[in-house]
Design a protein. Sequence first.
Length: 265
Amino acid sequence: MSLKFSVLASGSSGNAVYVETEQTRLLVDAGLSAKQIQILFEKAACGEVADIDGILVTHEHSDHIKGLGVLARKFKLPIYANKNTWNAMNGLIGEVATEQKFEFEMESVKTFNDLEVESFGVSHDAAEPMFYVFHHNGRKLALMTDTGYVSDRMKGIIRDSHSLVIESNHDINMLMMGRYPWNIKRRILGDHGHISNEDCGHALADVIGDGTKHIYLAHLSKDNNMKDIARLAVEQTLKTYDISAGEQVILHDTDASQPTKLVLV
């Protein structure tokens, strides 16, 4: 029995994650054009977009729903989102047939064939942002980006995941010295913005368990971060907790235009 996933794209310009088991195939977010998502499916050897069982939406920001409406209409795919996110997406994704629209409320569990999906809330400037934990045959995969901080409740939900996709959005110095206007910097740094590389490391120190092996650093800012900087900052932060990246856990990069390999959780 296997649980596999690929981070198809992750970053400020677009986000999508593919998850599969023997009986279930799901896409989390569709923040790139439908054509780009199809290309990423091919690159990651994820099969055909038409064969997925549904698209789970985290929130209504364009880098998470850009291709949602087109994909759903083209391939007659079900979409799952909470009520407030559905309301916020009105006018953003075009017309979607009623029979393709499903509610998946926050802090609930939904079963898709052989896969259990748990939703949980995060702190972001969207209507009702939430992310997901996937459970299959004793294996656990957690996805969590787009949050201004990581609460104890969030930590409890994602703790001891075998694989974890977590936000490492910005380097604080790069952000503060960069070209963004102050109101945007304040938004990113605020409780409803994004977590920094160091904050990612501190959160990881509290959620890495005996079963945790693979950590994917996600949603890196194009302007205020770099893969090497994010990885080094997280490694150094974990080291202060006596956690050795590369031995106890393995840190992986993600990319806005290149998928990670389709791998077992």
